[in-house]
Design a protein around this ligand. Structure first.
Ligand code: ZN
Ligand code: ZN
Length: 366
């Protein structure tokens, strides 16, 4: 689909110019910031879902009544739903990251696929959550650009990994079993990507990839959606190293991960989540050497502690990521789980004025 025109050519030109000029800063964690609001079930539901169902939607031929079972599932923890029920909180988080110096903010859509929303019996919200998630991020970016028109800000439409793996069995006794197929994943991603494009995302990012086959399904679906709308957006890809051996859950090294996805010609390839910045260094170094595109990272604030929290301070993270930048490994940098606007402000400060990694023109067979 690389022959389709850009959907927003002026935005792409402005993003490419910024990437050429400096190391761009991504935002930090959404979940960590939402947690600080200590929201209860009623907050998650808002008025629309207060009666145990979606007041704006009913399946064909079904009339809601108290206890009818629609959306009666506990919604607490369904952070993506807050895009509809507490948009003020999500907008506030985007604003805080932009104020901290983020060039790009990620939509609150990590779990907005039918696969993940099925856990909450809200599969019918996929398109709406992605569209509104992109619109909220767009509104925050537009407001920041209004304050300083010389500083472009970009919306990254996020496609999360889902909780299912297409290439591995969740059952050790049935190695051939799959909880989801490539086609089911592609269907789910198509629906999500349509909403993100509709809501005005500048870039799409397939992130926190632990199974490369899931990512391939997402990229396949994205291409279908670009064909449907007759134009494309730049795509970023970010994988997750899940253990000390330095491999993804589906067993690939960073180098193998790049070569399996290079055909998608992404705007950036990177690593996020799971580990802290220090543990990602060797793997990022490999990507920086082999990838003929931009390299990104948004690590966690260290490994989770005994309480599931994250201990690396803004100064710790900024120190490590500043070193990566000075070593010429980075084009984009931000934070994942446990990071806050204070982390992003420190990281932005640490990479300010440093030269972005030069994207190599590699002489390799495509
Ligand atoms: Zn109902
Ligand atoms: Zn994370």
């Amino acid at each position: 689909m690389n022959t389709l025109p850009w959907l927003h050519p002026d935005r792409v030109a402005s993003l490419e110019a910024a990437l050429h000029e400096r190391i761009l800063v991504l935002d930090g964690a959404m979940g960590t910031m939402i947690q600080q609001h200590a929201l209860q079930e009623a907050d998650y539901r808002g008025e629309r879902f207060a009666h145990g169902y979606d007041a704006l939607f009913a399946a064909e031929g079904h009339a809601h009544a108290p206890g009818c079972g629609c959306a009666s599932h506990d919604q607490r923890g369904n952070n993506d739903l807050l895009t509809l029920t507490r948009p003020d909180i999500i907008l506030g988080i985007h604003d805080a990251y932009l104020a901290a110096g983020a060039d790009l903010v990620e939509t609150n859509t990590f779990n907005s696929t039918s696969v993940s929303l099925a856990d909450y019996h809200l599969e019918h919200l996929v398109r709406e959550l992605n569209r509104e998630g992109a619109r909220l991020a767009r509104a925050a970016c537009d407001a920041a650009e209004h304050v300083d028109p010389s500083w472009p800000r970009f919306v990254i439409g996020v496609l999360g990994p889902t909780s299912r793996t297409a290439s591995l069995s969740p059952d050790v006794h049935r190695p051939g079993f799959r909880a989801i197929t490539f086609d089911q994943l592609a269907d789910a991603y198509r629906e999500a990507a349509r909403g993100l494009v509709e809501g005005g995302a500048d870039v799409l990012m397939v992130e926190t990839i632990f199974d490369t086959l899931n990512a391939k399904a997402a990229l396949f679906a994205i291409d279908d959606v670009f064909a449907e709308v007759g134009g494309r957006l730049p795509v970023m890809i970010s994988g997750t190293i899940t253990d000390a051996s330095g491999r993804t859950l589906s067993g690939q090294t960073a180098e193998a991960f790049w070569y399996s996805l290079r055909h998608a010609r992404p705007l950036a390839i990177g690593l996020n989540c799971a580990l802290g910045a220090k543990d990602l260094r060797a793997h990022l170094d490999v990507l920086a050497q082999v990838a003929d595109t931009h390299v990104s990272t948004h690590p966690n604030a260290g490994l989770p502690n005994a309480f599931g929290g994250y201990d690396e301070t803004p100064e710790d993270m900024a120190g490590t990521l500043g070193e990566f930048a000075r070593a010429g490994m980075l084009n984009l940098v931000g934070g994942c789980c446990g990071t806050t606007p204070a982390h992003i402000a420190a990281i932005a400060e640490a990479v300010r004025g440093l030269r972005p990694r030069a994207v190599p023109a590699l002489d390799v067979a495509a």
